[in-house]
Ligand binder design. Structure first.
Ligand SMILES: [Zn+2]
Length: 195
């Protein structure tokens, strides 16, 4: 019977419209690899048939070949916006109208800055902290107050992240004398500084 053992390319015998029977002569080494692959995939593909294992292997091979040609099944996610302040034009228009074309920074005396110089669109909750470019989350600030807002917010975020103890202290009311509250006030130096 050995004379009939064929190492020719596999043949496919049509069984139904969709099913084929493949005749393929393989080595013992191949058989061992199939068994090893089934074992390796026993968690992700429990009880997978030889066909499933071989098809998964072929999929990997085809994917790799495609990638080498620069054809990727799923293009990577859209590249990140290069500008951190990307805000849709319609949001900018609405914010500009709502804020009256001037800086909305709240001053200690109860008013707002009102500057019309070097206005910028500011994320109230920063993008880095999950803030969205929505009308509600965007406001007009002059460049100086935009910088000050970022300093304050990222300063506070830094405190939350690296010094949770101070937060816990505040929550339990052991904070005394209002010194912690002073942190949220606008330092006069920052208001009059050259920036
Ligand atoms: Zn301002």
């Amino acid at each position: 019977m050995n004379a009939q053992i064929s190492r020719k390319a596999p043949t496919f015998e049509p069984l139904t419209a969709d099913l084929r029977r493949m005749h393929l002569t393989v080595t013992k080494r191949f058989e061992a690899k199939v068994a090893a692959a089934k074992e390796a995939l026993s968690h992700s593909h429990p009880g997978a048939s030889t066909e499933v294992i071989l098809e998964a292997a072929l999929d990997l091979l085809l994917d790799r070949a495609k990638k080498r040609k620069g054809l990727v099944e799923k293009p990577r996610r859209e590249k990140r916006p290069s500008r951190p302040d990307h805000i849709p034009a319609e949001v900018k228009r609405a914010v500009w109208v709502r804020d009256g074309g001037c800086c909305r920074w709240a001053l200690e005396n109860g008013g707002v800055c009102g500057s019309r110089q070097r206005l910028q669109y500011d994320h109230i909750q920063p993008k880095a902290l999950g803030g969205k470019p929505t009308i509600e989350n965007v406001r007009l600030l002059c460049a100086r107050h935009n910088l000050l807002a970022a300093r304050k917010i990222f300063g506070d975020a830094w405190m939350d992240r690296y010094a949770p103890a101070s937060k816990a202290t505040a929550a339990t009311g052991r904070r005394d004398g209002g010194s912690a509250g002073a942190r949220s006030e606008v330092p006069a130096a920052a208001l009059t500084g050259p920036t």
